[in-house]
Design a protein around this ligand. Structure first.
Ligand SMILES: Nc1ncnc2c1ncn2[C@@H]1O[C@H](COP(=O)(O)OP(=O)(O)OP(=O)(O)O)[C@@H](O)[C@H]1O
Ligand SMILES: [Mg+2]
Length: 476
């Protein structure tokens, strides 16, 4: 479709001449005065207007003032005689016209000016559409962002970290104190105890929650890749560095960097980490540029980092920089009273996911859940319940035969269930837990031929903690 333009002139033969020049390229509308020209503008979209200045009644520039109010984006072009130059200057200064054509006009020149005029109009229109689309996309993004943030915040809300045991309540007390600060946190605990869950909860409940939480599993990458993941690199810094890349420390500026499993890092990387922690600055791989950042650091490991320091495998100065505020998450077998709560929590989670109605867990199955040593901790329990939900029938309960207990994995810690499902169980929960603990410690102690250090380590206890328990249970 041809673009539509409007020509206003009080002389019919001039209108006809202009029409002949332009009609091949445009849909041309002719008006003999400003008033009828304004009527046209009210009725349809006009790309450009070409108007004579001298007309009886309304002059060209007076007409343009009104035209601008109706279709402000339309390009306005004035045709004038040399004697009207003052009017042209005025019209240009007032922003009413974009081009003017001097009489007598050349057809080729007229064509060229109108081509530009229409092009200008279409560019403005296109721009406006793009802006509108951008605004819509922005709005959508910001909506999605709000939803995402709400989702994330809900997910890491403390109500989703289960733990009624004294041990976990103590952890929560510690967290309450450290969350509102910028303090560097060091989380220790066996695999599957919830270290990452807690690291995220610290970030998403703290003052940096609207900024990035960047997690890096330091054991997952070889050294050079880990360096570039954390600190970024410049193009050509190494063979595969085809373009500049920002590292997590830069991406998470203002937020939190979670260094997971950092015990295995090389001396060179430990040195770099020390610098970024001490000076809040670093250099991307292959770059001389020094980048300053403000990040909160949370680190986690399931190894005994102090032992690695003593063995000379981990920098002592870095250890103390990271271990400003230690949070230890006890293994699940030391807080078995959390097992029923966790089991219920995971049951709800996975039955919703599976769209199944499952009314609960039978007593037998519950007791059997309390009889496991859980070397994989909460993750192991979670997987157990997840599988049970898949196996259980819709509308029924989770029973012992739905619990696919991997006795092989658990064998090392406890060969047989200390608590076989008993029809005639009469003990209270705390008595069952105590019995379990006594028997379990005694077993591990026997396997280790009475070696206290080994046993304490395997149980995830300190030596003093183990002595206390031995005394309490009268074990030798
Ligand atoms: N107290 C808890 N309440 C609810 N879910 C938990 C809790 N602790 C752990 N989980 C769940 O158990 C699983 C393992 O937790 P997470 O990944 O945080 O463990 P981790 O200590 O980082 O383990 P690893 O050392 O193997 O990396 C996750 O699905 C997590 O949501
Ligand atoms: Mg983890």
């Amino acid at each position: 479709m041809k673009p539509t333009i409007l020509i206003v002139d009080d002389e019919q033969h001039i209108l006809n001449a202009i029409n002949r020049t332009l009609r091949d390229d445009y849909n041309v509308i002719l008006s003999l005065d400003g008033k009828s020209g304004l009527q046209v503008l009210r009725e349809q979209e006009i790309n450009a207007i070409l108007s004579d200045q001298r007309m009886p009644g309304m002059t060209g520039s007076e007409f343009f003032i009104e035209a601008q109010k109706i279709q402000p984006d339309t390009t306005r072009v004035l045709i004038t005689a040399y004697s009207d130059i003052a009017a042209v200057i005025q019209a240009v200064n007032d922003g009413q016209i974009f081009y003017y054509i001097e009489k007598p006009w050349e057809p080729e020149n007229l064509k060229l000016v109108m081509e530009r005029a229409v092009e200008r109009y279409q560019l403005i229109k296109h721009n406006r559409q793009l802006l509108q689309e951008l605004e819509i996309v922005n709005q959508q993004l910001s909506n999605e962002n709000i939803i995402l943030k709400r989702d994330v915040a809900n997910k890491y809300d403390f109500s989703n970290i289960i733990g009624n045991s004294n041990a976990m309540q103590k952890v929560f007390e510690l967290l309450k104190k450290v969350i509102p600060t910028d303090t560097t946190v060091f989380i220790s605990g066996e695999t599957g105890t919830g270290k990452e869950l807690i690291a995220r909860a610290i970030h998403y409940n703290g003052p940096r929650k609207d900024k990035v939480f960047a997690a890096q599993n330091c054991a997952a990458l070889p050294d050079t890749l880990l360096e570039s993941a954390l600190f970024g690199h410049t193009k050509g810094a190494f063979t595969d560095a085809v373009s500049d890349k920002k590292g997590l420390f830069e991406i998470a500026d203002g937020g939190t960097v979670f260094l997971d499993e950092l015990s295995d890092t090389s001396p060179a990387l430990q040195k770099r980490l020390l610098r970024v922690i001490q000076e809040s600055e670093f250099q991307p791989v292959g770059s001389n540029e020094i980048i300053k950042v403000n990040v909160r650091i949370i680190s986690a490991t399931n190894k005994d980092l102090l032992e690695l320091v003593q063995e000379g495998k981990f920098r002592e100065d870095l250890y103390y920089r990271l271990n400003v505020f230690p949070v230890h998450i006890p293994p699940l077998r030391e807080r078995l009273e959390d097992v029923p709560l966790l089991a219920d929590y995971f049951l709800n989670k996975y039955k919703l996911q599976a769209g199944k109605k499952i009314s609960g867990i039978t007593d037998k199955a519950s007791r059997s859940l309390l009889s496991l040593p859980y070397p994989g901790n909460v993750r192991e329990l979670e997987n157990l319940i997840h599988r049970a939900v898949i196996l259980a029938g819709d509308g029924g309960e989770i029973d012992i035969n739905h619990l696919q207990i991997d006795w092989d994995v658990n064998k090392n810690k406890s060969a047989t269930p200390i608590l076989a499902p008993l029809e005639s169980e009469t003990r209270s929960l705390s008595e069952i837990i105590e019995d379990f603990e006594r028997e379990y410690i005694s077993k591990i102690l026997t396997t280790n031929q009475g070696n206290i250090s080994k046993t304490a380590k395997e149980l995830g206890l300190s030596r003093a903690g183990l002595y206390k328990k031995l005394k309490r249970y009268n074990l030798n």
